[in-house]
Design a protein around this ligand. Structure first.
Ligand SMILES: C[S@@+](CC[C@H](N)C(=O)[O-])C[C@H]1O[C@@H](n2cnc3c(N)ncnc32)[C@H](O)[C@@H]1O
Length: 464
């Protein structure tokens, strides 16, 4: 980081380097060693630290250095001064770590204090404001500012400057703290040319960062999207989240404990946690009791038989009635009506949130995905294996990495609106076009549903 700070900008003794949130002063040592190794006089170093104990330790550590000044101050609220260089490792403090007074104050002072902001975003903004024209900043932060919605204002601010490098560095940089660290180098000049992006696999690419606050991941990972290229939605009947009952503890049971009368309503079901290398055949012992007919119609209470008797038990009925989702529908309905004619056909399954997306084929078509599973149903059942192997390719993984939102722990969220946009390779494109020529993709939704229902009737026989 020190080398990046001074690349093509040799520091002069009269230059000042700001080190916000300096803690005990790690980068002070870094700058002094860098200068000493090159036989040059170090610039002035100003560390700003709000924790007096740490500030005192930093002062003690560099007491013999006339060029070093450590200030006890709040970097975010202290009067601004301009520096030729800024270097640092800002505090990573989520909004939950701030008191109401701090939140209100920061919301007034910073453009980057949008939504559930993190303190490092504000440090970034303040560090940018502290730069002299043509000055340089190097900060190490979590990578999230590259893509989360909350950081859109910061991205818009940064994109006006000359962002020279974004280095996604080793995940182990901070030991077990998973922060996906990223070192960003910015020069305070108007944006021009492209940004060098160093990826964690060692590759380096160049790209122009979107100036409107949009996610930078598509540029960073190199998008495979091309206008006019068919996407997953073109060859699928459905790309959806699994069935939400609104009360899995009541509707989902081990198959072995079900009474005979309930078995007629039971469908094998699978949850996200059951998808994994250790279960390649998608085995499950869980069943979902479904009070819907095969055409998707909710059974009348008089048709429910043993299921009705089970659901009407006072403790169970009370829980079902309390669900807000049944305010405008019968008390035993699911949170969402399960589209059974679509679900019970050969399909591809994946977890809704995962570190590494992986896809499995339910060839029999009899599994009902739980809410923690996404399911993808190709229009032609014979495409299911080719499509699944494409979805498991490195190319798709890269695209998902670049386009999916991330959960707080860095895991990818596989949302259907994103999955539907996934570009298809030539082979599957050809199938999509062939289907088109036979009226597939251009069918009206009603006609499509009718044909689908006819094709999958066998699946119900199998499942029941
Ligand atoms: C991630 S640590 C970095 C310190 C570390 N020695 C380094 O540079 O690697 C962030 C530091 O910022 C300090 N800090 C937090 N909020 C601050 C603020 N508003 N003003 C100044 N320092 C602050 C913390 O006390 C902590 O020492």
């Amino acid at each position: 980081m020190v080398a990046a700070l001074f690349r093509d900008k040799l520091p002069q003794p009269e230059d000042r380097v700001l080190y916000p949130g300096c803690g005990t002063g790690a980068f002070v040592g870094g700058v002094l060693r860098w200068c000493c190794a090159r036989g040059i006089r170090p610039p002035k170093l100003v560390g700003v630290e709000s924790n007096p104990r740490l500030a005192e330790q930093a002062r003690a550590a560099y007491s013999g250095q006339a060029s070093v000044e450590i200030r006890d101050a709040d970097f975010l609220t202290a009067p601004l001064q301009e520096y030729r260089f800024v270097i640092g490792n800002p505090p990573y403090v989520p909004i939950t770590g701030l008191c109401e007074r701090e939140k209100a104050l920061y919301r007034k002072l910073f453009k980057s204090s949008r939504g559930r902001f993190d303190l490092y975003l504000l440090f970034f903004e303040q560090a940018l404001r502290s730069l002299k024209p043509h000055g340089r900043l190097v900060l190490i932060t979590p990578e999230k500012f590259l893509y989360v919605e909350t950081a859109a204002p910061l991205r818009a601010m940064l994109a006006q400057k000359d962002v020279q490098e974004i280095r996604l560095i080793d995940e182990q940089t901070f030991g077990d703290l998973v922060t996906y660290p990223t070192v960003t180098t910015v020069t305070n000049s108007p944006a021009h040319g492209s940004t060098l992006i160093a990826l964690r696999d060692g590759r380096e690419v160049r790209g122009s960062l979107s100036p409107d606050g949009g996610s930078w991941l598509p540029v960073i990972h190199g998008s495979i999207e091309r206008p006019g290229v068919p996407v997953l939605a073109d060859i699928c009947v459905r790309v959806s989240c699994g069935v939400a009952t609104g009360a899995d503890s009541i509707f989902v049971h081990k198959v072995g404990v079900l009474q005979d009368g309930l078995r007629g309503f039971a469908f094998p079901t699978i949850a996200g946690r059951q998808l994994g290398a250790e279960n390649p055949d998608l085995r499950t012992r869980q069943a979902m009791l479904i009070p819907y007919a095969r055409n998707g119609r909710l059974f009348d209470e008089t048709e429910l038989g043993a299921l009705g008797k089970y659901l009407r038990q006072p403790s169970i009925r009370t829980k079902l009635v309390r669900r807000t989702c049944v305010r405008r529908k019968p008390w035993y309905a699911f949170h969402e009506t399960p589209p059974l004619p679509d679900i019970l056909r050969p399909k591809i399954l994946c977890k809704d949130i995962t570190a590494k997306p992986q896809f499995w084929v339910d060839r029999s078509g009899k599994l009902v995905p739980r809410h923690s599973v996404y399911y993808i149903i190709p229009k032609r059942a014979e495409d299911v294996d080719a499509l699944c192997s494409y979805l498991n390719s490195a190319r798709v993984r890269e695209w998902l990495d670049a386009n999916c939102q991330r959960a707080a722990n860095g895991f990818l969220r596989l949302q259907s609106r994103v999955l539907k946009r996934l570009p298809l390779p030539t082979e599957l494109m050809y199938r999509a076009r062939a289907e088109d020529q036979h009226g597939g993709a251009r069918r009206s939704p009603r006609e499509s549903r009718r044909k689908t229902a006819a094709r999958v009737s066998y699946a119900f026989e199998f499942a029941r």
